[in-house]
Design a protein around this ligand. Structure first.
Ligand SMILES: [Zn+2]
Ligand SMILES: [Zn+2]
Length: 302
């Protein structure tokens, strides 16, 4: 392998294809954190003094994001939502707790069995839409926790591969309401906290390399209840395009943000579902009151 582009001394440990950059271990880690800091600045995600809540799943993206933000000197705390998916939730929770201990930062845990009175496996036996419902439940608790505990911003580990493949899927299906909100930072408002995706310009490969070099132990298993079949089709398609035309993912995503997003955003209200209200029971933003979580709570009690 080539020599590191930065020091020109050590042998390169990592080659970053779309930046055509061979780097040694030390300079890859330095590049990764600098590029993260530049991404935060470029999109004005949050200020250096912000109190940041990191959504933690136990997978590589959320742990790498937490580690790198912590190394950059940001004030970060983690939140893990325990979904009660048997072994999967137990193991991911343990991975997240061990990591937090090593990082010496607080990890908060919200258990939906305690909060709602039922788990995702319970939901699965009731509805086919349990997978998207699970996503909504996680978003609900991340938002509520961040707001109630005065965090300035909630950050998630979405990476470039995630963003490019969901952009492809949203475009092919012309899901305008998703396109209109597809930006790496969303301001607070209507009961929602500020949200940001600081890893949006990093590929899964770069994130895995950072995890490897920092010796981060993360969970590689996917959720056993998630079919994800269609989502994978778009991810594979995107990978194929990237292989044939390197740089496609970053170009597709960044050009969307630069050229198309501003057009949608001018009339964002026209593309969203319906005006939001506030749940009269829990106070969270909702499409109708009671919100879906309070409805589930009532069902669980019945
Ligand atoms: Zn070097
Ligand atoms: Zn509610």
């Amino acid at each position: 392998m080539a020599r590191c582009r930065k020091c020109r001394r050590k042998k390169a440990d990592v080659f970053i294809p779309h930046h055509r950059l061979p780097l040694c271990e030390e300079h890859f880690l330095e590049w990764f954190e600098e590029y993260l800091a530049r991404t935060v600045k470029k999109f004005k995600m949050f200020s250096p003094k912000a109190k940041i809540l990191v959504a933690i799943s136990g997978g590589k993206d959320s742990l790498v994001l937490w580690k790198a933000l912590n190394n950059l000197g940001y004030h970060t705390e983690g939140l893990f939502v325990d979904l009660g998916i048997e072994d999967f939730s137990l193991i991911s929770r343990r991975v997240a707790e061990n990591f937090a201990e090593e990082l010496d930062r607080p990890l908060h845990v919200v258990s939906i069995a305690k909060e709602i009175g039922l788990t995702i496996p319970d939901l699965k036996s009731r509805t086919k839409k349990y997978c998207s419902l699970c996503g909504s439940i996680k978003r609900y608790f991340f938002n509520r926790f961040a707001r109630q505990n005065n965090f300035d911003v909630l950050v998630t580990g979405h990476n470039l591969d995630d963003e490019a493949s969901s952009l492809l899927s949203n475009t092919i299906n012309w899901q305008l309401k998703y396109l209109a909100r597809k930006y790496p930072v969303l301001p607070e408002g209507n009961g929602f906290v500020r949200k940001a995706k600081p890893l949006c310009r990093f590929t899964a490969f770069e994130i895995k390399e950072y995890a490897r070099l920092q010796k981060i132990e993360y969970l590689t298993e996917r959720c056993p209840l998630s079919p994800e079949a269609t989502r994978l089709v778009y991810a594979e398609l995107m990978d194929e395009l990237e292989e044939k035309m390197p740089g496609t993912k970053i170009r597709f995503y960044m050009d969307y943000l630069r050229k198309v997003y501003p057009i949608f955003n001018k009339q964002v209200e026209d593309f969203l579902d319906r005006p939001l209200t506030q749940c009269e029971f829990c106070g969270e933003p909702a499409v109708s009151s009671p919100c879906f979580v309070c409805k589930l709570k009532a069902e669980a009690k019945a």
